[in-house]
Design a protein around this ligand. Structure first.
Ligand code: GLV
Ligand code: GLV
Length: 325
């Protein structure tokens, strides 16, 4: 009997070619979801029956009913660094190995964090829109003025791989770097002079607040109205992690009432954000469609790494990156 493999979406050819080479059709039956959009939860919970290897992306919820129907599942390989869409605890309990793709997207994502931060504080979207709408008049001293990133104080929540790459860039912008997290990091380059502070200090003293931590029970809903109230009226909030770190009602209120200056978010709840969502009416908010790791090179590397994790999980090898032990 052939082992079943399910790939939930269209993936870069380097990855599908690799999977087909390594998992020969004599031993494996590989099904790839052929449509433009990935499978719904309903479709996945039907298709998962008898599947041993699952290659998924961050919009596939691998929990609840999907896991209940996963009678033969051995490996879940997600093409993402985040794994909050997977019930890892339940997978571990059932002996299912979970793999993800850290490392390969770090620098690309840090570039996007800087891009969104600069776009937000320098009002890039609004400025570009003003050109198209005809709002652009004669040069005026105070028109479209934003806020400097260079030489500002930036607070990073979670000094992991991506947090560090962001900090390295900010150091080059002459920023003062504050950070918080579970532990003080003793191996950060000393020239950054990064200061480990508590969350309240970070919120109340930073010009820019940048969560760089994963979504989990400790971080979900972290940006409540209380958090925004602690921030300075001149501060800028940037979220490129997961939408559920933020209470979006609170974010709306904070921006609408000018409790903070501006925000830029690459992640929302839900995704996609409906086009008539009230957040999109705010001038001081820049919203991007979850594109942190979106370069051709990096998506190719992520896809291939997830393919290697899948193959190794099925063929009894070590995963390159394993979430559970
Ligand atoms: C993107 O959000 C990822 O987790 O890879
Ligand atoms: C701006 O373009 C300047 O010349 O100051």
């Amino acid at each position: 009997q052939k082992k079943k493999v399910l790939i939930t979406c269209t993936i870069p050819t380097v990855a599908s070619d690799y999977i087909h080479q390594r998992l020969p059709s004599s031993r494996y039956e590989i099904e790839q979801w052929p449509h433009e959009d990935t499978m719904s939860e309903e479709e996945l919970s039907k298709k998962i029956v008898d599947v041993e290897g699952l290659y998924c992306i961050l919009v596939n919820k691998v929990k609840g009913k999907v896991l209940d129907n996963a009678n033969k599942l051995k490996i879940v390989s997600t093409m993402s660094v985040g794994f909050d869409h997977i019930d890892v605890k339940e997978c571990t309990r059932r002996g299912i190995v979970v793999g993800n793709t850290p490392g390969v997207l770090t620098e690309t994502t840090a570039d996007l964090v800087l891009a969104l931060t600069l776009a937000t504080c320098r009002r890039i979207n609004e400025s570009a829109e003003a050109v198209k709408s005809g709002e652009w008049g004669a040069w005026k001293p105070e028109w479209m003025c934003g806020k400097d990133l260079h030489s500002s104080t930036v607070g990073i929540i979670g000094m992991g791989n991506i947090g560090r790459s962001v900090a390295r860039r900010l150091h080059a912008f002459n920023c003062k770097i504050l950070y918080t997290g579970k532990n003080e990091k003793r191996d950060l380059p000393s020239e950054w002079k990064a200061e480990y502070v508590d969350m309240n200090t970070l919120l109340s003293t930073s010009d820019f607040v940048l969560p760089q931590c994963p979504s989990n029970d400790e971080t979900r809903g972290m940006f409540s109205i209380d958090a925004f109230k602690k921030m300075k009226p001149s501060s800028v909030f940037i979220n490129t992690t997961r939408g559920d770190l933020v209470d979006q009602e609170a974010l709306y209120e904070a921006l609408d009432k000018k409790m903070i200056l501006a925000a830029g978010i690459d992640v929302t709840t839900p995704e996609p954000l409906p086009v008539d969502h009230k957040l999109l009416t705010l001038k001081n908010l820049t919203v991007l469609p979850h594109v942190g790791s979106a370069t051709m090179e990096t998506r190719g590397r992520m896809a291939l790494l997830a393919a290697e994790n899948l193959v190794n999980g099925l063929e009894g090898g070590e995963l390159r990156h394993r979430v559970n032990t």
